[in-house]
Design a binder for this molecule. Structure first.
Ligand code: CTP
Length: 403
């Protein structure tokens, strides 16, 4: 999908700049045309000759050079590129962009660039955790800049943690995905999955039998259609490797609530499949609770957890689509319809525990989709992946159509 695309690679001055030639080479190999813009500091780590050899284009680094073909490159290159990726993106270049500072070739181009922009942060963990850097990242994310983060790992300064630049192969995979023509290209979708664990003491919790299979399958199918998926998952044994899915693991309903309410305003849709515990112990103990004697029982006072789906239903804005699941044992359609109304959903996916092969733990599921407008689509027993594909189709049809 990168074939024929024009990509600008921005390089700022961090040790990870040594990976920029590999990134350029991989992009060119994937069929993209690449032009590089580097800061003076970046050129301390990587030579213009290397970048020019792999990109087959001149490297731009000097704002006022008379030899520059693009003397006003912030005007001309910004029109040339279909997308831009800055790798590595230092705290400095992120800060400049967040503040609108344009004092060299790269920052000038960035401030004027209005097409899809990807930043690959690379810095020491303490710098990454600095509140000002985090504020800049959050601000830019809200403005539509896409961040390509790496998992935690070894850093050049000898420590280990967050701040490593993502590997060139993974960056190219993300860019490639971006240019794929899926029905959910450019859409952001939040998905919850799995059970929640509500802590009783140091060794015990209240949980349920959910395995997370439905939510993980759904997250992957959404990503295959091009969506940028945030998957908030309770404890499961499942793994997620699709580059379009960002996985955040939580334990309790409260933690899931906090991540979901923070993420939802930036999303086009949310599909909540998690089997969230409705109650948690009123108090928890940091040590193991002992039996008082050999005969007495124990009373656990439970209080309600936040209803995440209902909270998102209250936050929902025009154009956003909200989907819930309902697991019912009796009066299924009536109960699910009541939930659909009460939680302000666009449609609800009903699982009946009376159906064999449906519900927790199975690789199959049988669902009925109930729409707000009364439409009801009854399915038959399918794999969870096929059910996920059906739900993705419904979501695509429910989202506002592009003008
Ligand atoms: N849900 C949620 N937060 C909760 C409870 C449920 O987000 N605290 C979501 C689930 O992820 C699911 C939907 O609400 O999408 C319905 O969950 P379900 O357990 O069937 O319904 P409840 O609202 O908990 O109602 P009840 O237990 O009375 O059936």
């Amino acid at each position: 999908m990168l074939k024929g695309k024009k990509i600008i690679v921005g390089i700022s001055g961090g040790i990870a700049a040594y990976k920029a030639p590999s990134l350029v080479r991989l992009l060119v190999k994937a069929g993209a045309e690449v032009q590089c813009v580097a800061t003076q500091h970046a050129l301390e780590f990587v030579t213009p000759l290397t970048l020019e050899t792999v990109s087959q284009h001149k490297v731009y680094s000097d704002l006022f050079s008379v030899n520059n073909d693009h003397t006003t490159q912030h005007i001309s290159l910004k029109d040339w590129g279909d997308a831009m990726v800055v790798a590595p993106a230092t705290a400095n270049i992120i800060g400049k962009l967040a503040s609108g500072i344009a004092d060299d070739a790269l920052s000038t181009l960035l401030v004027s660039f209005r097409k899809p922009l990807f930043l690959c942060p690379a810095m020491n963990t303490q710098m990454m955790e600095c509140p000002a850097v985090q504020r800049n990242i959050k601000y830019l994310e809200r403005e539509g800049v896409r961040f390509i983060d790496s998992p935690e790992g070894e850093l050049a300064c000898g420590t280990s943690g967050k701040g490593r630049m993502e590997e060139p192969e993974a960056i190219v995979a993300q860019l490639d995905r971006f240019f794929q023509k899926g029905a959910l290209m450019g859409k952001k979708v939040l998905v919850t999955a799995g059970p929640t664990y509500e802590r009783i003491d140091a060794v015990r919790f209240i949980g349920n039998y959910s395995t997370g299979k439905m939510g993980y399958a759904l997250a992957e199918e959404l990503a295959k259609e091009g969506a940028e998926v945030t998957l908030v998952s309770g404890p499961t044994h499942l793994e997620m490797s699709h580059p379009g899915v960002t996985l955040s693991k939580v334990e309790s309903a409260q933690q899931m609530y906090e991540l979901c309410t923070a993420a939802f305003p930036q999303c086009d849709a949310a599909i909540l499949t998690a089997a969230v515990a409705d109650f948690r112990p009123e108090t928890t103990s940091d040590i193991k609770i002992k039996k008082a004697n050999d005969t007495d029982g124990m009373t656990l006072n439970l209080v309600q957890t936040p209803d995440i789906l209902a909270s998102l239903g209250k936050m929902k804005q025009e154009g956003q689509c909200l989907v819930g699941f309902a697991l019912e044992t009796n009066n299924e359609v009536a109960h699910a319809t009541a939930k659909l109304e009460r939680k302000n959903l666009d449609f609800i996916v009903l699982n009946s525990l009376q159906d064999e092969g449906a519900g927790f733990g199975h690789d199959t599921n049988k669902v009925t989709i109930l729409h707000r407008d009364g439409r009801m689509l009854a399915g038959f027993l399918k794999t969870k992946r096929e059910v996920a594909q059906d739900i993705v189709k419904e979501l695509v049809n429910s989202l506002p159509k592009p003008e």
